[in-house]
Design a binder for this molecule. Structure first.
Ligand SMILES: Cc1ncc(COP(=O)(O)O)c(C=O)c1O
Length: 443
């Protein structure tokens, strides 16, 4: 319940249930009033340390002064997107500054509105430019909800069921889930998954018929699972060899989340197309694909478009985000605070065998809950109870993974060491308060 200015109590959830779609999944049945810095406040006035950030969106926290000022200023100047009629200053400047964060030859930006739209655009570009039909995606990947993006998504069957036939000529290769499928053996995971990819090319689709491979450098929704460096490097080489475009989905990993501006940098590779969204404007809808100029020139004028893509208000926010990341050296902070978070979670794991694995990189940290460390059987039920209990105790974290068995930590990039400690303490208390496996049976 929340109080209106005239003192009446309003049941937001009750109101919403009448006319808001029941289709959206929600982590929490809580009603939110406002955000300030790294805290979110519910309508009853309770404060939460927000390590969820709208699923990696508000990377600078809430009500960030630079972002808010940029939005206010642009709202008074020009709101309407100018893509179809010419140019506007924030959109052009953001294209320049965003391109500057990428290595050569990635220098050209197309703005869209959501992560899914960026994936759609990348797939369309790849097919049109190569003249080939095939797309290779990786099992457990999540790329969005529109039909094309859902066609390359396999993190959960619910995202595909009932929508068939999905996009034709999409083929899946295994993603090297080092902990889950290979017990922590990175070399074995890389070797096995590349072997199956090669046999896909030998027996199912010729690489010369493949337009693109699309991969998250760290799977997000699928379980906060990093792809081994060697795996990404070999993918890069295979794509070069066969004229296949390598599409990096950096929708969740981008903008410093992993301690580097872009997660592909950890592997020392340069993709052909990069999809970015989520944190780009700290909460306003905006996304982009970034590639070489030559590639988008070959795509052809009018081959794709968007009414709202690159609207000036979201782009003004985007400029403030980029400048803040740069000026406050937030990549350094993300790497340092991420190391502290990972180390803290590993200390908790050392005392509690319900956590089977803790993995980074940077501030994209997953803690995987298992029923049994030996079998690594995932424990979604404990994870769900843990999220609820942590929220009750004032910490917002989310889950991911095939049965939501991984606690995903997405703190803001400017999180402090003290806030990391606070989050760890609440988490440890919440976990400690849950019954251990087997406890309570028969009672
Ligand atoms: C890696 C990845 N790609 C694509 C998407 C889709 O983005 P959107 O929900 O903005 O369409 C998401 C969303 O969570 C994502 O995590």
């Amino acid at each position: 319940m929340t109080a209106t200015p005239d003192g009446d109590a309003v049941d937001l959830a009750g109101l919403a249930r009448q006319h808001l779609t029941p289709v959206l999944g929600r982590y929490f049945e809580r009603s939110w009033s406002h955000g300030e810095g790294h805290r979110l406040f519910d309508t009853a006035g309770k404060s939460y340390l927000d390590f969820a950030n709208g699923i990696a969106v508000s990377a600078l926290g809430h009500h960030h002064p630079a972002v808010t000022a940029a939005i206010h200023e642009q709202v008074d100047r020009l709101i309407v997107p100018t893509g179809a009629i010419g140019y506007s200053e924030p959109t052009a400047r953001l294209a320049v500054e965003l391109a500057d964060t990428f290595p050569e030859p990635l220098d050209t930006v197309m703005f869209l509105n959501s992560g899914s739209e960026a994936i759609e655009a990348a797939l369309k570009l790849a097919r049109r430019v190569t003249g080939r039909p095939g797309i290779v995606a990786f099992q457990g990947g999540f790329h969005g909800r529109t039909l094309g993006a859902a066609s390359v998504t396999t993190s959960n069957i619910n995202y595909r069921t009932g929508y068939e036939p999905l996009l034709p000529a999409v083929y899946f290769a295994p993603f090297p889930a080092v902990y889950r499928d290979f017990g922590g053996d990175e070399a074995a995971a890389t070797h096995a998954c590349l072997g199956i990819l090669r046999s896909l090319f030998d027996t199912v689709i010729a690489p010369t018929s493949v337009a693109a491979m699309v991969i998250e450098p760290v799977q997000g929704e699928g379980g906060y699972t990093p792809a081994p460096t060697a795996f990404l490097q070999v993918l890069r080489a295979i794509c070069h060899e066969h004229g296949i475009l390598l599409i990096a989905d950096e929708v969740q990993t981008g903008f410093g989340r992993t301690g580097r501006m872009w997660a592909f940098e950890h592997a020392g590779i340069v993709p052909d197309v990069v999809c970015v969204a989520k944190a780009i404007a700290n909460g306003l809808p905006l996304s982009a694909i970034v590639s070489s100029h030559e590639l988008q020139a070959r795509w052809g004028r009018g081959a794709h478009g968007s009414t709202f893509g690159g609207n000036p208000v979201a782009c003004a926010a985007g400029l403030a985000v980029l400048r803040t990341i740069r000026e406050q050296r937030l990549l350094v902070n993300a790497a340092a605070r991420g190391a502290e978070l990972t180390a803290g979670l590993r200390r908790i794991m050392a005392e509690d065998d319900r956590i089977g694995d803790v993995r980074g990189p940077g501030l994209m940290v997953g803690a995987e809950l298992v029923l049994d460390r030996a079998t690594r059987e995932p424990d979604g039920a404990t994870c769900e109870a843990l999220l609820a209990r942590a929220a009750d105790e004032g910490l917002l974290v989310l889950s991911c993974g095939s049965v939501h068995q991984v606690v995903r930590w997405v703190p803001p990039l400017d999180v402090t060491a003290a806030e990391i400690l606070e989050g760890l303490e609440v988490f440890a208390n919440a976990l400690g308060g849950l019954p251990h496996h087997g406890e309570g049976i028969g009672s």
